[in-house]
Design a protein around this ligand. Structure first.
Ligand SMILES: [Zn+2]
Length: 278
């Protein structure tokens, strides 16, 4: 089960504990104004090649966050075939990571709901959370970084469906693929999966429903995985690029996967065959 909640929006994601799913909000500017509940001068910073980590205590943890962020950045960018962006997040364009001391302080600063444990502002290239150890390093950081890198590439103009945005981040998250594949196989076997046409339209408040969100996240991850593994990374990147440039999902499929997957109907069919063995 994945308790999750997410809204489409212009550029932020939130992490929800314990299963930690994203949330896109429309309140980026407001949240930005809310952030410095701590005096600016209290922040200390540690800088790397692509990131600046701001922290209030525990320089060792901050350094660990920085080290891991740099490592994930290289890995995710190259997995997504965006390696030409390797030198993009540098100097004044470095991504910023803010680490509050505890959950309470994070909530006070961001005005978030109690079940939110981290958030990302895509257009400002910022991740904001607090010091909660391995969960931050192993789950939130790679997931949100993936969103940031993906958003950098696809931008905000094109209509990128929720399943694609979330699917990419999930597929890149260590340990998530196995869960997604297992869940999807069961869904297909029980004929309980969400038809792709429905998945294309999903967004907003649908993730309040844990059953629905388990379908969304597992199907999203395996759709991305299927496209990447079966047809290759470079075609997947082209597909994303076409969406970025304004094509609809069907138009982008027809353009990039012309003979094999010309529309969402055939994508669903091939995906079912791949994971359901039908
Ligand atoms: Zn997410």
């Amino acid at each position: 089960m994945i308790p999750a909640f997410r809204k489409r929006g212009v550029g932020s994601g939130e992490y929800i504990f314990p299963e930690l799913r994203c949330f896109l909000g429309m309140v980026v500017a407001l949240l930005f104004l809310l952030r410095p509940a701590v005096a600016e001068e209290a922040w200390q910073e540690v800088k790397g090649e692509n990131f600046v980590v701001f922290y209030l205590e525990d320089a060792v943890f901050a350094q660990e966050v920085l080290t891991q962020a740099e490592r994930y950045y290289q890995g995710i960018a190259s997995d997504l075939g965006y390696s030409r962006y390797d030198n993009f997040w540098q100097w004044e364009n470095r991504a910023k990571i803010y680490i509050y001391r505890n959950h309470e302080e994070f909530l006070k600063a961001t005005g978030k709901k109690p079940w939110i444990h981290g958030t990302a502002f895509y257009n400002k290239r910022e991740i904001v959370s607090y010091k909660w150890g391995q969960g931050f390093l192993d789950v939130l950081l790679p997931h949100e970084l993936c969103h940031l890198i993906f958003r950098d590439f696809v931008g905000f103009k094109g209509e990128v469906p929720l399943w694609l945005d979330e699917g990419v981040a999930q597929w890149e998250e260590a340990g998530r693929r196995k869960w997604a594949i297992g869940t999807v196989k069961t869904l297909i076997e029980k004929k309980a999966y969400m038809p792709l046409g429905e998945l294309m339209r999903i967004g907003s408040d649908s993730e309040n429903d844990p059953v629905l969100s388990a379908k969304l996240y597992s199907q999203a991850a395996t759709l991305v995985g299927f496209l990447m593994e079966k047809y290759g990374q470079s075609r997947f990147v082209s597909f994303c690029r076409e969406l970025r440039d304004g094509k609809s999902v069907d138009e982008a499929l027809a353009f990039v996967y012309t003979d094999s997957i010309p529309d969402t109907g055939s994508l669903e069919e091939k995906w079912l065959q791949h994971y359901g063995g039908a």
